[in-house]
Every structure is written in structure tokens, then in C-alpha cells.
Design a protein around this ligand. Structure first.
Ligand code: GTP
Length: 360
């Protein structure tokens, strides 16, 4: 079975993390994100994956290589962003697609049963089958109602009073003929806005997906996915967590520090005496000084947090930023890579600090 993974978006909502690392290979629980998706696809019989890349494609390829646990990885790189459907047409025009393929959004952590979705696709004779996942809060998503037989009735934009809570989970079974006939070549095309709405009533089916599903496309959901993975959902091959439910990678120095609960330290991090790092994610080579506190925050690689400094919940700090001694990074603040916050300075809650600015 072949899968095409859409992995070419800029991931703007995950900035500043995606300024230096593209979303598909952003570390999640210490591993490149897509490795979880590749494990999932492999469990359902996928043996060849086409990675459809654009933004920072070289980094994706460098991290994942050409073989992953026996699966062949091929890369199709677009010069201009082609949206979600355009890249599938590009792979088709390059003669790479099989008769039937899976198309997967490259930012979902899930254990949805693709085998069952494929079986339903076969049974109904669908041209395209979409996994539809029921969420509690539909406010960030459009919804997709179906009839009793699973035929998609409409693609509805976000609305305050949606008729269903099933959203498009970004996992499609697509007949190759649809690609040639329904996706125009040579320009950006969206499945959600263009191709699927036009296929309603013409063989477009929904598959009621169950299990775990989250898209990691915002810092809030990236943290939520981290906590869920640490707690064992979805099931994964992560190393064992410590008694606080945290994952501390090799080469970290944490003696005398309070690390956890639900925290991930990347490789070669150092956390000083009596510093607290709770429910947070630190990428590789982050240094946190003595008596500092980092709570529910994400620090990209090589960030330095000075002694007694505080990084408050939902703050996201870009690679190589330096937070001076006793400084405070307020709730939900975003610091671009390389920002310097002087000792004792305060970054206001929700502030957006550009690399050139610095904070005094
Ligand atoms: P935001 O900028 O934060 O919206 O993120 P994004 O650029 O990733 O967009 P979105 O979350 O809507 O994309 C869903 C999936 O499609 C992700 O896996 C993206 O990598 C992928 N994607 C989005 N746009 C493109 C594109 O133009 N080309 C390719 N190859 N993939 C894309």
C-alpha cells in the first residue's frame, strides 16, 4: 500500500518553532514528529511513502532519509506551495502513484484504523473515503455530515451551530482516477475547499473514525499531544517514562533540579539546582539555570534560561534565545529565534518579540 504524506506547509501557527525546524520533523516526545505517523501507516500495511515537501524540504529529508523501518520513503518537492491536493497531482504527473493510495495530512497524531477505512472504501465502491473524527469542540474546524450509508452530504465551514461534530481527520483513501480527473495540474488546489465539495454525491464517503486523534498544528495542541503520548495515548514505542511521567533524553544533567511531571527534555539539556521544569518541552541542548522555573512552556533547541528566571505557561521560545537572570517571560509570549531578554526584564503576557528586537 502506498501513502502520500502532505508535509510541505509552513506551519505558521507553530512559529517560532517552525522558523528553524519544519513541522513534520519537529521533535515530539523526543522523536521527529513524522516517525509516529510512519509507524502508524506501517501498522496498516503501508510499505511506500511519498513525502510531499516544500517548505524546508532539505531538513525533512536529512532527518528521515530514504528508508524507515523497511518502508521506502520518496520525496516530491514543489517549487511553489500547491496546497493540499495540488501536491498529489504533482506526484501523479511524475508517474509515482498507484491505482489507489492513502493521502495523509502530515500533522496528525492518531491511531485511527486505516485498515478498517480501506475495507469500508472497498465495500462501498467509493472514489474517495475520508476519515471523519468526532471532536467535542468543533470551533476550530469545519464539519462533514454524512447520510446513513456514509455518503458525504456537504463540507461546512466553521459555524456556531454545526449539524454534526465530525471533522475531516486528514486521512483519505483516494482512487488514482480521481487525481487525474478532478485535480487540476500546475496550480495550488485545496482538497477541502475545491476537490471534495465538488465530489459530494459522486462517490465521496465518510468513515466514522474512532480512537485517538489530534492535529499538532498549534503550540497548545503540540503540548497536549506531548502529555498524551507520555501518558501512553496513542500507544507508541517511546522509551519508558520516569516516576514523574517524564522523558529525559541521554546526556542531560538534572541533579538537584525538579523535572516533571509530564516533561520532555531533549538531548544534552542541563537544568540547575532547585530549578523547576514542569509539564514543559525542552528541545536539544537547552540550559536552565539554578532556581529558574519553566511551566507548561516550549523551549526550542539551545535556549538558555538564566538563574531565577521564569517562563510562564503557554510561552514558546525560539531556538537560541537567551533569557537573562531573573527575567520573566509572561504567559503565552512568543520569542523568535535568537531573541535576548536582558536580566531582570519582563516580556509581557501574549507579547510577540521579533529576533531583532530584544527586551530590556
Ligand atoms: P499553518 O500555516 O499553521 O496553517 O500550517 P500548515 O502550513 O501546515 O497548514 P495546514 O495545517 O492547513 O496543513 C495541513 C497539512 O498539509 C500539513 O501536514 C501541511 O504540511 C500540509 N500542507 C499545507 N500546505 C501545503 C502545501 O502547499 N504543500 C504541501 N506539500 N503540503 C502542504
Amino acid at each position: 500500500m502506498q501513502a502520500l504524506v502532505l508535509a510541505g506547509g509552513e506551519g505558521t501557527r507553530l512559529r517560532p518553532l517552525t522558523y528553524t525546524t519544519p513541522k513534520p520533523v519537529l521533535p515530539l516526545a523526543g522523536r521527529p514528529f513524522l516517525s509516529f505517523m510512519l509507524d502508524w501507516a506501517r501498522e496498516h500495511g503501508v510499505d511506500e511513502v511519498i513525502l510531499s515537501c516544500g517548505f524546508m524540504s532539505d531538513d525533512v529529508r536529512r532527518v528521515l532519509g530514504d528508508i524507515y523501518h523497511g518502508m521506502r520513503l520518496r520525496y516530491v518537492v514543489e517549487d511553489e506551495p500547491l496546497g493540499t491536493a495540488g501536491p498529489v497531482r504533482l506526484a501523479y504527473d511524475q508517474g509515482l502513484l498507484e491505482e489507489r493510495l492513502l493521502v495523509l495530512n502530515g500533522d496528525v497524531l492518531t491511531d485511527v484504523d486505516l485498515t478498517e477505512e480501506l475495507a469500508q472504501h472497498e465495500r462501498t465502491g467509493a472514489r474517495v473515503t475520508l476519515a471523519l473524527y468526532a471532536v467535542e469542540d468543533t470551533s476550530s474546524y469545519g464539519v462533514v455530515p454524512t447520510d446513513a450509508d456514509g455518503r458525504v452530504e456537504a463540507f461546512l465551514e466553521k459555524s456556531p451551530d454545526p449539524p454534526t461534530n465530525r471533522i475531516n481527520a486528514g486521512a483519505y483513501v483516494v482512487e488514482g482516477s480521481v487525481v487525474g480527473e478532478r485535480i487540476p495540474a500546475g496550480r495550488a488546489v485545496s482538497f477541502e475547499r475545491e476537490v471534495f465539495p465538488a465530489l459530494v454525491g459522486e462517490g465521496l464517503y465518510g468513515f466514522p473514525a474512532a480512537g485517538y486523534w489530534i492535529d499538532i498544528g498549534t503550540p497548545e495542541r503540540y503540548l497536549e499531544a506531548t502529555w498524551d503520548l507520555l501518558a501512553g495515548h496513542p500507544r507508541s514505542s517511546l522509551p519508558p517514562r520516569d516516576e514523574t511521567g517524564s522523558l529525559v533524553s541521554e546526556g542531560c544533567l538534572v541533579s538537584g533540579a525538579h523535572v516533571g511531571p509530564q516533561t520532555v527534555l531533549g538531548r544534552n539539556c542541563s537544568v540547575g539546582t532547585d530549578a523547576r521544569v514542569e509539564r514543559s518541552v525542552l528541545h536539544d541542548r537547552v540550559i536552565v539555570g539554578a532556581d529558574a522555573a519553566v511551566v507548561e512552556a516550549v523551549l526550542a533547541e539551545r535556549v538558555r534560561v538564566g538563574e531565577r528566571a521564569r517562563v510562564e505557561p503557554a510561552a514558546v521560545v525560539g531556538a537560541g534565545a537567551v533569557i537573562g537572570e531573573g527575567a520573566v517571560v509572561g504567559e503565552g509570549a512568543r520569542l523568535e529565534p535568537g531573541v535576548r531578554v536582558e536580566s531582570g526584564a519582563t516580556v509581557e503576557p501574549g507579547a510577540r518579540i521579533k529576533a531583532a528586537e530584544g527586551v530590556r
